[in-house]
Write a protein that binds this ligand. Sequence first.
Ligand SMILES: C[S@@+](CC[C@H](N)C(=O)[O-])C[C@H]1O[C@@H](n2cnc3c(N)ncnc32)[C@H](O)[C@@H]1O
Length: 237
Amino acid sequence: MIKLSQRLQAIANFVPEGAKVADIGTDHGFLPCYLAQSGQAELVIACDVNAQPLSLAQKNIADYNVSDKVSTRLGNGLAVLKPGEVDTVTIAGMGGALMIDILDASPNVVDRLKRIVLQPNVGAEAVRVWAEKNRWQIVAEDLVKENDIFSVIIVLEQGRSDRFMSATDLYLGPKLLAEHHPLLGLYISEEWEKAQYILAQLAQSDSEESRKKEKQLRQKWEDINGVIKCKLGVTLS
Ligand SMILES: C[S@@+](CC[C@H](N)C(=O)[O-])C[C@H]1O[C@@H](n2cnc3c(N)ncnc32)[C@H](O)[C@@H]1O
């Protein structure tokens, strides 16, 4: 049985039993191979915009003996799919902005999905904003740290949640916060370190724009500090 990385396994965990799945930007195709081999998915379409990664996926699909369940498509984002052909889409290992472009480019495919599982390398906040704006609710989130890199996983289902997300929810993840994810404290400390570096850079500039950004970033972290103190009992130094 194919052994996934912790990150890919965390994504696979959110694919419903018996799902018809498209993995967009599949590259090596490990996730589709696992979903087929484990019997978790009924069928998987492994998609990539580039021929070279797709041929690697095709080799792995053959090697893992899952060609009966996994097919491949070459092309941009969800444009390779017919509306209703799959009920679940996974997109992992690219930036949030690109994920949003991919979702916005194919509304007819997106409208027919039941679940979208996203693992943005950067820009998780923008993905959450997109979800709220487009009437997708965050039903689950996970956080994985592997090889010193944090990965955030966001699971969306159709519908609007009963309350709007605060700025801190959008930045840190409403489910991660509400469920006190065990890695969240460490994740916040690393994000705070990055913010402090940016604040130090901004402080060296005399421009009006830098002052504005500095003020916004300080305000954002004051809000975050207030929320995490209250919800997690953590205070940033
Ligand atoms: C870093 S890899 C991630 C592979 C795998 N999803 C993972 O998380 O391990 C990103 C892949 O996305 C593909 N890609 C980038 N833009 C794409 C698009 N618009 N549509 C489909 N695939 C895309 C790239 O060719 C590349 O194979």
